[in-house]
Design a protein around this ligand. Structure first.
Ligand code: ADP
Length: 482
């Protein structure tokens, strides 16, 4: 199938239920990271078009929030059904623009769809409260209502799931939304808008603007009618957007960078730990915010773990995502490859030992060989910065307190993982790790029913789970004299 033949391939933005171009007809070219060739264009929009989208979302709000939750739920459920019906087409489109192996893209489409299904149900359970009053002639109640017009800005590493994880709870809660997807991966977003329209999402309830991130982000954060911003991306941009939202006191959900430690204690099941580390390090070519960034291995098992882990990493097949047996696709851009290579070179220059990989892959382009570095020491950039590539640094540690201190020694606090068979250590370590999410004896933790999010400078709020809808609700206290 050629991407451009897909019935869901749209090269226009989606505002007020209409497909539209930029006012000045300018476009941004989207590239296939596996070939470096252009895949298509999307409108290069700015402030004026964003304002129009906000006006559309504001106009659509009263009718959408007035609908019974069950009606909104049925529409979201239809959207879920359409995603599943078109899963192969959506996965293909995603692999073309994002690069991840097709099987992973299909996994993401199902994961993305699961948020529509989940929040279609949760939207029906937005219960209020009755509070026993402190005096006899009063009745106290709490209503929970959708916050209003929401803005979302999403990244390229999960082009579908990062969108549905925001838009599903927003729409379920009776909010309307303006979304700016990443310029690297707008086609997955636009395909979702087409399916939303087919599912019966009314005009103006879900809008997509593409183009100039600074201009669009500026307008979304400045506009007083936007009551909330949900952002997934880097901590640097999150910090900037938070500041931009301050003058209008918008509610914020931020899913920012991570620096996930993966700790292997000497009582761990080593085979399971190797398997878990491979999965949590190399999926999406290491380009996820919960990807393992630092692997700490206790003295007694360090050499055995390093050998087995590096052997497994070396067998991972690098190739274009559309090739059936590929396990690691290209990195998103040439710049990403340069950054990852820079971290490897820096570590090696400071004495880290290369166990496998270390260079761009022979395929060229932005393909990078799976890389394992041993004898990495505190202070090296590769332990402090988010790697976002298929590079695993191994660090030797002595005891539990020592490794907990090292694991927590970062401004980030998104995901952490550890492997042990000691039941009391499970609790001790889980409680002391300063992270929003902890995987114990597993490297895969994300699903729609659990709260995803970070502490410290990894963000604010939670997505998914029964808590994910809270970020789109406001409480209203109602006091009645009787
Ligand atoms: P990444 O490094 O993963 O690309 P970014 O934080 O740069 O993460 O990008 C995440 C999203 O934020 C993308 O949609 C991008 O276009 C957008 N973005 C980047 N810079 C800005 C900005 N100054 N204002 C608003 N959005 C931005």
């Amino acid at each position: 199938m050629r991407t451009t033949e897909s019935s869901l391939f749209r090269q226009q933005a989606f505002i007020a239920g209409h497909w539209c171009d930029a006012d000045n007809h300018a476009t941004v070219t989207v590239t296939d990271p596996a070939t470096g060739q252009p895949l298509g264009q999307v409108p290069d929009m700015g402030e004026a078009e964003t304002r129009r989208a906000i006006t559309a979302a504001h106009g659509a709000l009263p009718a959408w929030r007035a609908r019974p939750a069950q009606e909104r739920s049925h529409i979201l459920r239809r959207w879920f059904d359409l995603m599943i019906q078109h899963e192969a087409e959506l996965a293909h489109l995603m692999t073309r623009e994002q690069g991840k192996p097709l099987a992973e893209a299909l996994g993401e489409i199902r994961y993305a769809a699961s948020f529509l299904e989940w929040f279609a149900e949760e939207g029906k359970r937005v219960y209020g409260e009755l509070i026993p009053a402190p005096r006899a002639d009063r009745r106290l109640m709490v209503l929970r209502q959708g916050i209003g017009v929401c803005a979302a800005i999403t990244p390229w590493n999960f082009p579908a799931a990062m969108i549905t994880r925001k838009v599903a709870p927003a729409l379920a809660a009776g909010c309307t939304m303006v979304l700016k997807p990443a310029n690297e991966t707008p086609f997955s977003a636009l395909a979702l808008a087409e399916l939303a329209a087919q599912a019966g999402v009314p005009d103006g309830v879900f809008n997509i603007v593409t183009g100039d991130a600074v201009a669009i982000g500026g307008e979304l954060t400045r506009h007083p009618d936007v009551r909330k911003l949900s952002f997934t991306g880097s901590t640097a941009v999150g910090r900037l957007l938070m500041a931009q939202c301050a003058p209008t006191i918008k509610k914020l959900s931020l899913e920012l960078g991570g620096n996930a430690p993966f700790i292997v204690f000497d009582d761990a099941d080593l085979d399971a730990a190797v398997e878990g580390a491979i999965a949590a390090k190399y999926r999406n070519a290491g380009q996820t915010c919960v990807c393992v960034n630092r692997i700490y291995v206790q003295d007694a098992v360090y050499d055995a773990f390093a050998r087995r882990f590096a052997d497994q990493a070396a067998t991972l097949r690098v190739g274009p995502g559309l090739q059936a047996d590929s396990q690691i696709g290209p990195l998103i851009t040439p710049k990403a490859l340069t950054q990852v290579q820079g971290l490897v070179d820096d570590a090696r220059a400071q004495g880290a030992r290369l166990l496998t990989g270390g260079d761009p892959h022979v395929l060229g382009g932005t393909f990078m060989a799976p890389t394992v570095l041993a004898d990495v020491r505190p202070g090296m950039r590769v332990l402090r910065e988010e790697i976002f590539g298929p590079v695993a640094p191994l660090v030797r540690f002595r005891d539990e307190q020592d490794v907990i201190r090292q694991a927590n020694d970062t401004e980030f606090g998104l995901a952490a993982y550890f492997y042990t068979r000691d039941a009391s250590r499970v609790w001790r370590v889980a409680e002391q790790l300063e992270y929003g999410m902890v995987g114990i004896n597993t490297g895969m933790i994300s699903n729609e029913v659990a709260p995803f999010g970070g502490v410290k400078q990894s963000g604010l709020g939670r997505e998914g789970s029964r808590h994910g809808i809270e970020d789109y609700l406001e409480m209203k206290y109602v006091c009645q004299a009787v």
